[in-house]
Design a protein around this ligand. Structure first.
Ligand SMILES: CC(C)(COP(=O)(O)OP(=O)(O)OC[C@H]1O[C@@H](n2cnc3c(N)ncnc32)[C@H](O)[C@@H]1OP(=O)(O)O)[C@@H](O)C(=O)NCCC(=O)NCCS
Length: 197
């Protein structure tokens, strides 16, 4: 079984990296999430199907509420990513689709346009992997990215994921079918060191 750490504990003691901290998404994050998604929707909607349906602040509030419930019920652990200095919300990284029996989950993430291109996601996702393997007992983490999502494929490569295959026309997104490149990382796989900020 995977370990479900209490949200309150993680909120009091966030996952900290060189430049960022990661806290479980809370119902109070609805407004920040809305501004982040809405301000970067042209980029995000190309690869995240839900963005086209995320059209007002109530959608963000509902999402934040669902995240809290999913966490408490051990279905998904999603974190807001904030910068340590200004505490600004930069994006989200999450461990999705937890399968307790097989100790597996899927990694998902996005960043605002403003936060992109600085290595923040590599840093945040690496911390999420540390959390998955080191604190909740994951054995395998899977990730899928569209075959033309080059920024995401870059993150996946820097994190040391291994390619497993192509899932053809796996997702309908922004008016087209996305072919998914599927990757996974096992607890025993080597992980490359991170480039220093
Ligand atoms: C996928 C996504 C999170 C990647 O963001 P990103 O900013 O490219 O990724 P990182 O934060 O790791 O930054 C990497 C970039 O910063 C640069 N960088 C600067 N300092 C760095 C550092 N210390 N470490 C690593 N990269 C660094 C890298 O060179 C790279 O830039 P390049 O692509 O021009 O070479 C972002 O494009 C996004 O949100 N896309 C839309 C949603 C999405 O596709 N989600 C994933 C679905 S699978």
């Amino acid at each position: 079984m995977l370990t479900v750490l209490a949200r309150e504990e993680l909120t009091a003691h966030p996952v900290v990296t060189d430049r960022l901290f990661l806290v479980p998404i809370d119902v109070n994050d609805g407004q920040d999430l809305w501004f982040a998604v809405n301000g970067s929707r042209d980029t995000l909607r190309r690869f995240l199907p839900w963005v086209s349906y995320h059209n007002d602040i109530t959608a963000s509030v509902r999402f934040a509420e669902a995240c809290a419930l999913d966490w408490d019920q051990g279905r998904a652990f999603r974190f807001v990513i904030r910068d340590r200095e200004k505490k600004k919300l930069l994006g989200v990284v999450g461990l999705e689709s937890l399968v307790h029996m097989h100790r597996s989950c899927e990694l998902g993430y996005w960043l605002t346009d403003e936060a992109s291109g600085k290595g923040f996601m590599t840093e945040a996702a690496s911390a999420a992997l540390d959390y998955a393997f080191g604190r909740i007992g994951a054995h395998r983490v899977r990730i899928a990215a569209a075959t033309d999502n080059h920024p995401s494929l870059g993150v996946i490569g820097r994190l040391g994921f291994r390619f497993e295959g192509i899932a053809r026309e796996a997702e309908w997104c922004d008016g087209r079918w996305l072919d998914h490149a599927v990757f996974a990382l096992l607890i025993k796989d080597p992980r490359p060191g991170l480039r220093k900020p």
